[in-house]
Each structure stands twice: as structure tokens, then as C-alpha cells.
Design a protein. Structure first.
Length: 137
């Protein structure tokens, strides 16, 4: 084991591989930072993909970065949840029916103005059916 210059094994704060005695620091998904002093457990955590940090400051910096990343992803999740909740809202579907009926009425008006009588008749029948559906809702 190498010691920092001017140091001895008695006052060294560096263990094997530059990790302070007591083991590496691990960051859990909850953001908790924990030191793993059991070398077998520390090696097992490392082998399954956990990152062991030599200092608590390094672990804290990593946890802060994960926290910021979580906020960015959380905004997307919140937006998706809001969109899906609006799909189950009955008022959303009433608005969709009102917009569809409005577009149909605009199409009928344009067809009447341009003397497209056969097309206007078909659209008018569709508008009547949409009006019946909207009245039911």
C-alpha cells in the first residue's frame, strides 16, 4: 500500500485503491448516501452495477446530479399523467364533439356557398347524426 508523501500508515486517510478506510460510498436510488465498510458487500455492489465513490463529496455530487435528472424526467412523467387523466374526463369528449360539430357546420356552410349540393347533403346528414350524439352526451 502506498502512502501519501510525508504520511505514515498511522495517520493516512488513504486505503487501497485511493479509497479511505471504511470502504466506498454508494448512492441509493432514493438519494441516500451510505458507506459500505464490508469489503465483500462493497465488491458485490460494484459487480452488480453500483458505483462506489472514494469520498462522500463525490457521492453527494453524483446524488445531486441524479436528483436534477429526476426532476427533468419527473416533468415529463407529470405531463404524460395529466394528458392521460384528461382522456378519461367526460368534459374532454364533450369538447371534442363540439369541435367536430363546429367543423361540420363550417363545411356545410362552405358547401352551400359554393353550390356543392350533393356534398352538402351528405355532410348535413353527418351533422345531424353528430348533433344527436352530442345531445345524448
Amino acid at each position: 500500500m502506498t502512502q501519501p508523501s510525508g504520511g505514515s500508515a498511522a495517520n493516512s486517510n488513504t486505503g487501497p485503491f485511493g479509497i479511505p478506510p471504511g470502504g466506498p460510498w454508494f448512492v441509493f436510488p432514493t438519494g441516500t448516501i451510505q458507506r459500505q465498510s464490508n469489503p465483500i458487500a462493497a465488491e458485490a455492489l460494484t459487480k452488480v452495477g453500483w458505483i462506489g465513490f472514494p469520498t462522500q463529496a463525490d457521492a453527494k455530487a453524483y446524488a445531486d446530479a441524479l436528483h436534477q435528472l429526476g426532476h427533468a424526467a419527473g416533468g415529463a412523467v407529470t405531463g404524460t399523467a395529466d394528458f392521460l387523466s384528461r382522456l378519461t374526463d367526460p368534459n374532454t369528449w364533450i369538447r371534442v364533439a363540439e369541435v367536430a360539430l363546429g367543423l361540420i357546420l363550417i363545411a356545410v356552410g362552405i358547401a352551400k356557398l359554393t353550390n356543392a349540393v350533393p356534398a352538402a347533403t351528405k355532410v348535413a346528414k353527418g351533422a345531424a347524426r353528430a348533433g344527436e350524439v352530442a345531445a345524448i352526451l
